[in-house]
Design a binder for this molecule. Structure first.
Ligand code: 13P
Length: 253
């Protein structure tokens, strides 16, 4: 049985006070309303991690960062290391989000290094992949995503790759209000799982959770999550409202 996961990527949103209110609401609603088999993860900005860890102590909700350095320590002004993240209770890290790929020029090669450093120190990477609109329009999305996976993941051992969560986020669906259809999401998730199976074996591929991200809302989550290879969601805008985030997570039940 694969884990069902709903992760909220807050991106660069919420002051500390706003983030604390949102966390408190999510925590209480999850306790009251959510069945125990959905793993919730909150990925706030770095600066709120420590405070939110304090609020989430004893709660099953996981804490994730939105990025980390590929370096372990040293003269890298403005960067945040895996060890620092762990020291404030972080368990997960989003790597390769399309916004980091596009705005900060993160390459597949750099992401391979970030994956190595995160895995070496025991953080669970949420590895993002996904194609831009022009690639989808040319129907070249499968090869595009497969290249991202091959170049960033395929140097990993079977043991390490088994620890990763994959998130498929078609760029044209992020923050646009335009979601991939449930069929498009399922199709790509199946392509990804097949690719992982061809390299690491079906048992490894079957155990990896693959999340969908891109304009997931309470009113479309159930349909998207119904895909047999869709194991949850990486939620942007809708994770900033506790009611919406919890309703999305409830779509699994
Ligand atoms: P939206 O849900 O706002 O489209 O963002 C998706 C995303 O990028 C999550 O990482």
């Amino acid at each position: 049985m694969r884990k069902k996961i709903v992760a909220g990527n807050w991106k660069m949103n919420k002051t500390l006070e706003e983030g604390q209110s949102l966390t408190s609401e999510v925590k209480h609603m999850a306790e009251d309303e959510l069945p125990g088999d959905v793993q919730l993860i909150l990925c706030p900005p770095f600066i709120h991690l420590s405070a939110l860890h304090g609020m989430l102590k004893g709660s099953p909700i996981g804490l994730g960062a939105q990025n980390c350095s590929e370096q372990e320590s040293g003269a890298y002004t403005g960067e945040t290391s895996v060890a620092m993240l762990q020291s404030v209770g972080v368990k997960y890290v989003i790597l390769g989000h399309s916004e980091r790929r596009e705005q900060f020029k993160e390459s597949n090669e750099l992401l391979a290094k970030k994956l190595d450093v995160a895995l070496k120190q025991g953080l669970v990477p949420i590895f993002c992949c996904g194609e831009p609109l022009e690639i989808r329009e040319r129907e070249a999305q499968d090869a595009y995503v497969q290249k991202q996976i091959e170049e960033s993941l395929f140097h990993l051992s079977k043991e390490d790759v088994s620890k990763i969560i994959v998130a498929y986020e078609p760029i044209w669906a992020i923050g646009t209000g335009k979601t991939a259809s449930a069929e498009q999401a399922q199709e790509m998730h199946a392509v990804i799982r097949k690719q992982i199976a061809s390299k690491y074996g079906q048992d490894v591929a079957d155990a990896i959770s693959i999340l969908y991200g891109g304009s997931v809302k309470p009113d479309n989550a159930r349909e998207i999550f119904a895909g047999e290879d869709v194991d949850g969601g990486l939620i942007g805008g809708a994770s900033l409202k506790s009611r919406d985030f919890i309703d999305i997570a409830k779509s699994f039940s």
